[in-house]
Ligand binder design. Structure first.
Ligand SMILES: Cc1cc2nc3c(=O)[nH]c(=O)nc-3n(C[C@H](O)[C@H](O)[C@H](O)COP(=O)(O)OP(=O)(O)OC[C@H]3O[C@@H](n4cnc5c(N)ncnc54)[C@H](O)[C@@H]3O)c2cc1C
Length: 384
């Protein structure tokens, strides 16, 4: 692309959503997609599930023809070093690429473990990370997964399903106690254990040696491989250096995904976007929300009005169980667990408004919860 056009940085769901929406609204302006990842755009959710279990290799988001048919140029395996917001160009390998509009969809990077031997741990974000982990898992008898967020729980269950003896370690007594509450954490613990993994809570990792992990309680856990699943850090360095407003490593954007710099938009895990239903900015790290925000950024870049108003949410698969979550995700004052015959619902409230719902085999509650969260209505059960 020598002509100016839309530049999209990042080939995750936010970037793909942005390029697709822009092209829907604008058939003629050149669209160039630049991504540090050298693989064709793919789905990340299977990487800790079916792909890690060895049940699929097919994670492509679209066939190569999809991009050609839409006249979207793909530049892969290339990093954008700098954006000059005043000059209106991005710098790649010292060359200036001018844009009419730019969408930053640079996502996030897994946090490494800052302990002795931390570099021995596998990380899981990209397809090449997942390929390395899966290859190592094929020869492993035992594994330690550090961190019991959804990716940690999913990966622990998938490794266990492969016949690996898995120990999941995390600082909280039950998985995600801080984020989802103790009752919900106990349900997640049950799913992790049913999948065949062992959970050790209330500990941190002090060191990783060749062949074992040293825990803060003095115990050593023998293992052939270690996976660090200790959260992510948004990739906002380029935005920060360009002078865009960034808060807690996320790029501040309005409901239309516009940043504080002209013609620059941001979407997905790297963005801290205003949600019109919530009436405040909401941080998300979910696939569908990244795709939705990307589509809004692409429409806005094409000059079409669009605003983010949907309730964030995701599905996670732990062993054979699909847990579904809709929530603003920025805290709750009370929660109530209701057990069903083969599942559960956890309602979350703050200031008499539903702020989240977590379900297993309770799709009616999941759908109802989305509506109540969006409206700011009370939960449909007493919270005492
Ligand atoms: C293993 C795994 C399982 C997951 N499972 C689920 C799930 O079940 N449900 C769910 O909702 N979410 C899940 N997620 C989270 C979801 O995948 C992310 O929220 C989503 O991918 C974020 O999309 P994004 O487009 O913002 O960023 P990303 O998908 O991270 O894409 C960012 C892209 O930007 C590129 N990039 C970064 N910096 C530069 C630069 N300077 N120059 C050029 N390119 C750059 C990166 O290489 C990458 O291609 C999972 C994530 C992982 C890793």
């Amino acid at each position: 692309m020598t002509e100016r056009g839309l530049i999209v940085i990042g080939s995750g769901p936010a970037g793909v959503g942005a390029a697709e929406a822009f092209r829907t609204h604008n058939e003629s302006t050149p669209v160039r997609f630049i991504s540090a990842d050298s693989a064709l755009p793919y789905e990340r959710p299977p990487l800790s599930k079916d792909f890690l279990r060895g049940e699929t290799d097919d994670v492509a988001l679209h066939p190569p023809s999809w991009f050609a048919e839409r006249d979207i140029e793909l530049v892969q395996g290339v990093e954008v070093d700098k954006i000059d917001a005043d000059g209106g160009f991005a710098v790649i390998d010292g060359t200036q690429h001018y844009y009419t509009a730019l969408v930053l969809a640079t996502g996030a990077t897994p946090s490494p473990l800052h302990v002795a031997g931390g570099e021995r741990a596998f990380l899981l974000r990209s397809l090449s990370d997942a390929q390395r982990l899966r290859t190592a898992a094929a020869d492993a008898q035992s594994a330690v997964v550090v961190g019991a967020g959804f990716i940690g729980c999913e990966a622990a269950a998938s490794l266990a399903r492969r016949g690996v003896s898995v120990t999941l370690v995390a600082p909280q007594d039950v998985p995600q106690e801080k984020r989802l509450g103790r009752a919900a954490g106990q349900q997640l613990l049950r799913l992790v254990e049913e999948s065949g993994a062992r959970y050790v809570g209330g500990v941190s990792v002090d060191a990783i040696h060749d062949g074992d992990v040293q825990l803060s309680n003095g115990a050593r856990v023998d293992c052939d491989l270690v996976l660090a699943a200790a959260g992510v850090v948004p990739n906002s360095g380029v935005a920060d250096a360009a002078g865009l407003d960034v808060d807690q490593s996320r790029v501040l954007v309005g409901a239309d995904m516009a940043t504080t710099a002209p013609h620059i938009f941001a979407a997905g895990d790297v963005a801290f976007a205003y949600n019109t239903s919530a009436g405040r900015r909401i941080a998300t790290e979910h696939w569908q929300d990244a795709a939705d925000q990307g589509a809004i950024a692409g429409a806005s870049a094409a000059g079409v009005e669009a605003a983010w108003d949907s309730v964030p949410g995701f599905w996670t698969t732990i062993g054979d169980s699909d847990v579904k979550y809709h929530a603003w995700g920025d805290g709750f004052a009370s929660s109530r667990l209701l057990l069903h015959k083969d599942g559960f619902t956890v309602w979350y409230e703050r200031d008499d408004a539903t702020v989240g719902v977590l379900t297993l085999n309770a799709d009616d509650d999941y759908d109802l919860g989305e509506r109540l969260v969006k409206e700011g209505s009370p939960a449909p059960v007493s919270m005492r």
